[in-house]
Design a binder for this molecule. Structure first.
Ligand code: PGA
Length: 245
């Protein structure tokens, strides 16, 4: 794993956005794996600003999102489909039909999971996956204990994850209890991974990633087995951890 040190959240977002823009410019048909949550909003606003100012085009890009809440339709402001449209897709020239987010409102959610997994493979997989990390080491909504072989599946959200996400809802009770997520095995098939880590509240997670064992009790640790991972972390997340030997 290679690590790039950023000064702060803004710097991390700019470095990551530049990295993605460069990839999109050199590979116009790139397949991106995208993430939601607080971490990537700064990246998306940089991509939107660059699209407006410099015209970087996304017409040939396909995207696959990591996860979605079960029970929310894409028009629900708390759904991740809505988040992606609002933060990115509505402001760049990506073809909406080439943007894929797991459906949380399907009658047969198990079939939906299998279809999503097949779709990614049918399109020949993800070239560059953007990832955040949970305080408990989750990637996507793969909570501690999830099999490293897992494919797209339904998960029960842990109390800590629901608490962390309650800030977007009116109350904790409104936070869905289940989600659909790409599995750890699905994520690991991506040819390249860009992991973003910002803020003091992620310091323990970053430390564990660097110093801990590869173990299913800490999902992100699997990334140590991936050949092409770049971490962009800010100073608040790094703290006094020695990230360069
Ligand atoms: P955050 O979430 O970006 O909102 O901190 C990251 C994650 O839980 O994967």
């Amino acid at each position: 794993m290679k690590i790039i040190e950023a000064n702060d959240y803004q710097d991390m977002s700019k470095i990551a956005a530049d990295y993605i823009m460069k990839k999109v410019s050199t590979s116009p048909n790139i397949k991106l794996g995208l993430a939601t949550g607080g971490t990537p909003t700064g990246i998306y606003s940089n991509l939107v600003a660059d699209h407006r100012e410099n015209g970087t085009t996304y017409r040939g890009v396909t995207s696959f999102n990591l996860d979605e809440y079960v029970g929310l339709s894409g028009t629900d402001p708390n759904s991740y489909r809505y988040y992606m449209d609002h933060h990115l897709f509505d402001h760049i020239d990506i073809q909406k039909e080439n943007t894929f987010v797991p459906r949380g409102d399907m009658d047969n959610i198990q079939d939906g999971c299998a279809q999503y997994e097949n779709l990614i493979q049918k399109r020949n997989g993800i070239d560059l996956q953007i990832l955040g990390i949970g305080e408990n080491g989750h990637i996507g909504f793969n909570e501690p204990g999830t099999s490293f072989e897992s494919k797209t599946h339904v998960v029960q959200l842990t109390h800590s994850t629901r608490e962390a996400n309650a800030r977007y809802f009116n109350s904790l009770e409104e936070v869905p209890t289940e989600a659909v997520t790409m599995g750890i095995g699905s994520i690991m098939k991506s040819r390249e991974i860009l992991l973003l880590i910002s803020g003091e509240q992620k310091r323990e997670a970053l430390k564990k990633l660097f110093t801990g064992d590869v173990d299913e009790s800490f999902p992100a640790s699997v990334l140590k087995n991936h050949p092409y991972v770049t971490i962009i972390a800010d100073k608040a997340a790094i703290g006094d951890l020695k990230v360069h030997s």
